[in-house]
Ligand binder design. Structure first.
Ligand code: ZN
Length: 594
């Protein structure tokens, strides 16, 4: 049997009656009431995004106004309207109704066109009860045209009706708007459009996978007309329309591929990024689509970050992948990526070498310093540390924190020159050129110390402040440092908080993935129970005078004050705290569990 192929699906499936218009219940009800009550306004405004049914509904309304069976509808609103059978409706369907004039304002913007409308509107309708003018894309009319039109709207002839359709209501002068009966057409819901397309495909004997329908709709942004036109294009490219086929026809990559690309980007892996970009490049025949895809993906990732439960329709099938990606990408990073893309978009649109530009932008984004992540990381520190299971130190578990003695409160003072007060200020310390211009390798460690000083974990901050850089070759994975004490407690404390400081280390030391430790040099070696504070260049805050008794080991556990501070009498009961006191001239403060 030969397949019957309709070459213009959009025209064939264009609704002819109110009941076949989908997803526009409220404006349809308003128009039907207008017809039922026989109350007509001189000007109606049909506003809404493209392809949501404005112009179609306006045509149906125009047909209904002049339908010879309107009276029957007014007596029995269950009757179909327009009837589609009377001579007026037939003339409308054939596009030769003498009282229906459709004008595309996009191509008739001038005042002369409006003047001819004004002139012709003074004639009585030829066959119907009203002369109906449908002005499509009404916002395109010139200012002069609107002014001329306004005079007509102020005193419209009773037998004339204007239907204005627009996608951009804000461009219509307020003086005109205030004279309109406004109908707002919302975007058609995805499910409604999907049902329509599936029904259409069944009737037209088009084999299509539901996922392909989702993709068609996603591509056409809720426009029924665009979706049907795209279906028309795709249907000739294969027996069964699959998601992959739609992507190929569109010259686009899938969201799954986009996520992989983005993962390389946020992981700051330029090599992988370039090779993957080249791998998918043969499919990327529409660089603009990839650009939009990146923006949409970032937006979706932000939704996840802000706890939105329902992701945009396009990402339903890759929800898990999106959430995994969101977990390794901070909000600030996403905002930074989006801002950069918006900033570059004008250039992207202008350039003829879009692929090349895209690659450059991706690399720039990939290299973009992760500094934005830091403030977020810092902001979430207390909860992070408190909630993390294995990585939490005994100190954090008992909710006991070190309250630094007065001397230590100003512990940043000696290295103030390199300690930025804010994360933003820290940026200048991690800019490679700044680092090289100043004093070489030490500057990188200072930058790291400066960054890490923002950490809430004061113990960790102190350990880093007292440590010094031994060596690091650019690109090498490990940074060799010397701690002020060889105490295993220091190392375990550093290691248990790797997740917190590693991103900062990576920013300051190119290629670094961890720290290694060198035994402290003889001059700065501290015994586990030092008799007195050690004056060391690497331990600035310990220069402060503290009573020698504070360090007297045997007395250590008895001489603590009570009150706000914890009385440490038994080293067995408070192993971590007592170990702490061997190194820091502080007091242990108990913080109530909240
Ligand atoms: Zn009729």
């Amino acid at each position: 049997m030969e397949k019957q192929i309709n070459l213009n699906l959009a025209r064939k499936w264009r609704p002819q009656t109110f009941d076949t218009v989908i997803g526009q219940d409220i404006p349809i009800r308003m128009l039907k009431n207008s017809l039922y009550l026989n109350k007509f306004f001189p000007v109606y405004l049909f506003a809404g995004q493209r392809g949501c049914g404005k112009t179609t509904t306006a045509r149906i309304f125009a047909a209904a106004v002049n339908c010879l069976n309107l009276l029957a509808f007014q007596q029995d609103p269950q009757q179909a309207m327009p009837c589609l059978t009377c001579s007026s409706c037939v003339a409308m369907a054939n596009g030769n109704h003498p009282d229906f004039i459709e004008i595309d304002a996009a191509s008739h913007t001038g005042v002369d066109n409006v003047r001819s409308i004004i002139e012709s509107s003074s004639y009585m309708p030829l066959s119907g009860q009203k002369k109906v003018y449908l002005i499509d894309e009404a916002h395109m009319l010139s200012k002069a045209a609107f002014n001329a039109f306004l005079k007509l709207l102020e005193e419209p002839p009773k037998t004339v009706m204007f239907l204005l359709a627009t996608t951009e209501t804000q461009k219509i002068p307020i003086t005109v708007l205030s004279r309109c009966f406004q109908l707002i057409f919302p975007a058609i819901a995805h499910e409604e459009l999907k049902t329509l397309l599936l029904t259409m495909c069944e009737k037209e004997q088009i084999e299509i996978e539901p996922a392909a329908v989702d993709l068609l709709l996603q591509e056409t942004d809720g426009s029924a007309r665009d979706a049907i036109n795209l279906l028309e294009r795709v249907r000739f490219s294969g027996e069964v329309i699959s998601e992959a086929l739609v992507l190929t026809v569109l010259g686009k990559i899938s969201n799954r591929e986009l996520i992989t690309l983005m993962t390389h980007l946020v992981n700051q892996a330029p090599q992988e990024l370039i090779s993957y970009f080249n791998e998918i490049n043969s499919q990327v025949r529409a660089p603009a689509a990839l650009w939009d895809g990146l923006i949409n993906l970032c937006r979706t990732l932000l939704w996840v970050k802000y706890g939105v439960n329902t992701l945009p329709q396009a990402y339903h099938s890759v929800e898990t992948e999106v959430k995994v990606l969101a977990a390794i990408c901070s909000r600030n990073r996403l905002h930074a990526i989006l801002t950069f893309l918006w900033e570059q978009e004008a250039i992207f649109n202008r350039t003829n070498k879009k692929q090349l530009f895209l690659e450059t932008v991706l690399l720039q984004l990939c290299e973009q310093t992760n500094i934005a992540d830091l403030s977020e990381l810092l902001g979430s520190l207390p909860s992070n540390r408190g909630n993390s299971g294995s990585g939490t130190t005994a100190l954090a578990k008992s909710k006991t924190v070190v309250s630094l003695p007065p001397a230590a409160e100003s512990l940043t003072a000696p290295i103030e020159t390199v300690a930025p007060t804010s994360v933003l200020e820290a940026v200048r310390y991690v800019q490679p050129q700044v680092v090289t211009e100043t004093s070489g390798t030490d500057m990188r460690w200072h930058a790291f110390v400066a960054l890490s000083s923002e950490l809430q974990d004061q113990l960790l901050v102190s350990i880093f402040k007292q440590a010094s850089l031994v060596s690091h070759t650019e690109g090498a994975p490990t940074v060799l440092i010397s701690l002020s004490s060889d105490s295993p407690f220091f190392k375990s404390n550093i290691e248990s908080a790797t997740a917190l400081w590693l991103p900062m280390l990576k920013q300051c030391f190119k290629g670094a993935t961890g720290l290694t430790y060198q035994a402290p040099s003889a001059s700065s070696v501290k015994t586990p129970f030092p008799r007195q504070p050690i004056a060391s260049a690497a331990a600035p805050f310990l220069n402060r005078e503290a009573p020698a008794t504070e360090y007297n080991a045997p007395q250590l556990y008895q001489k603590r004050e009570s009150g706000d501070f914890l009385v440490i009498k038994d080293a067995q009961e408070w192993p971590t705290a007592s170990l702490l006191l061997t190194t820091f001239s502080g007091k242990i403060k108990k913080v109530a569990n909240s």
